[in-house]
Design a protein around this ligand. Structure first.
Ligand SMILES: [Zn+2]
Length: 417
């Protein structure tokens, strides 16, 4: 990937989100704003940050690509730390059924739900999935996303799970957005294993996981721990095995009912636990204590008309909260950062500053990359978003509208609106 030399100067607000690990509780409100700020990027890496006058005394502008950010706000590139963006087929019909009030079971009986995406993904060629993935990454980039996490889990068989991960590996090499890969073979029990969950778990652990680990196809191992899918006991068994392969852990926890996923995340010291709509107060406090990032996905709750996760309560109890889109073909086919930002600030009572931390530094921490992305700090990747307005406060104020003007990845201008 190309790496650039760049100076961004005269920014009315340079929001650094400074830090190299997750911010917990009250700390999330501290985003560190430099007025009339400038950033220097050399060979793709941030070399200096400060006041424009001070910076321009030290560096020769003629040696860099220069962007004048006068009357613009500059932020770190956004990190979308939970998505399922590699899939075949769409479920628009199913969405319309849900809008008219059909029940989950009725939709399932008509062939809807995850099975639909599994069929579409199994039938898609690697090239088709690559092209779809690229198109979706291009859309994310326009919203200012410079790092994304993507999961397998629409294969639920050996070939397709591997295919999804390999497609993301190839996209990571070709596309400006960095991709963190997660193996989610335990997303559901496929039809051919119906009533034989134990056998499917053995298949995942004995046949697929060793290949994923050996070929380094994924950084993370994830389980959909939910009533009627995988129990806490089944999930624990899988996570312990994945740990033996040195994989990092994250979990889909307490989305539909309170099952104890948050507690399990704390017990096993996972990097993040995600969804958490029905997480218990104890689980939330355990996670804060053990340093597990709480990744909240408000656009999914919105699309499903579910109550939002208790973001305010979590922050007040010392959690590190991250926000992600959960971009997926079923419960929320959206990668809209502005929609997510609006829901987090208006409905989840997160402050604007906390929501920014949740989309940058804490998003990076949720995929264990807070030492390389998520803030504008010396030594990190030159991943930058420039807004068309002078203040970060326009993010929720210009509600639901994409106000990203420029996106810079590794010091290279990759999107210019
Ligand atoms: Zn998910």
């Amino acid at each position: 990937m190309k790496k650039g030399n760049m100076i961004i100067k005269n920014s009315s607000e340079l929001v650094t989100c400074s830090g190299n690990k997750a911010k917990f509780g009250k700390e999330m409100g501290n985003i560190n704003v430099i007025s009339n700020g400038a950033v220097v990027i050399e060979d793709g890496i941030i070399k200096d940050v400060g006041n424009t006058e001070d910076i321009l005394k030290k560096y020769d502008e003629t040696k860099y690509e220069v962007i004048d950010a006068k009357d613009k706000c500059v932020l770190p590139g956004f990190v979308d730390s939970h998505t399922h963006f590699i899939f075949g087929g769409y479920r628009a019909e199913e969405f319309s059924w849900r809008l008219r009030g059909d029940s989950y079971m009725e939709i399932m009986n008509r062939g809807g739900g995850i099975v639909n995406s599994v069929t579409g993904t199994r039938n898609a060629t690697k090239e088709e999935l690559f092209d779809l993935g690229k198109k979706r990454l291009n859309s994310m980039l326009k919203f200012g996303v410079t790092t994304v996490e993507g999961k397998s889990g629409y294969g639920l068989d050996y070939e397709t799970e591997i295919k999804q991960l390999e497609v993301m590996k190839e996209l990571d090499e070709e596309h400006p957005i960095d991709i963190c890969r997660t193996f989610l073979g335990a997303h559901a029990v496929p039809n051919e294993y119906k009533g034989r969950t134990d056998e499917y778990i053995d298949f995942i652990l004995e046949k697929v996981l060793p290949k994923v680990a050996e070929d380094k196809l994924a950084d993370f191992f994830d389980v959909f721990c939910e009533k009627g899918v995988f129990s806490v006991e089944e999930s624990r068994k899988m996570f312990l095995k994945a740990k033996e392969y040195n994989m990092k852990l994250k979990i889909h926890a307490d989305e539909i009912v309170e099952l104890g996923g948050a507690e399990l995340a704390a017990e096993l010291g996972m990097v993040s636990a995600d969804h958490l709509l029905h997480a218990s107060d104890k689980g939330i406090k355990d996670m804060a204590e053990k340093g597990v990032v709480s990744t909240l996905l408000p656009t999914t709750a919105f699309c499903l008309k579910e109550p939002f996760a208790k973001g305010r309560f979590m922050i007040d109890n010392g959690c590190a909260v991250a926000l992600a889109t959960d971009f997926n073909p079923g419960s929320g086919f959206t990668n809209s950062i502005p929609l997510m930002f609006a829901l987090a600030t208006i409905y989840m009572n997160m402050s604007i500053e906390e929501a920014i931390t949740a989309m940058t530094l804490n998003g990076a921490a949720a995929i264990d990359r807070a030492d390389e992305v998520g803030s504008i700090d010396i030594g990190k990747k030159g991943d930058i978003v420039i807004l068309e307005y002078p203040s970060y406060k326009f993010l929720p104020y210009h509600t639901g509208v994409n106000i990203v003007e420029k996106v810079i990845k590794n010091g290279v201008l990759v999107h210019n609106n």
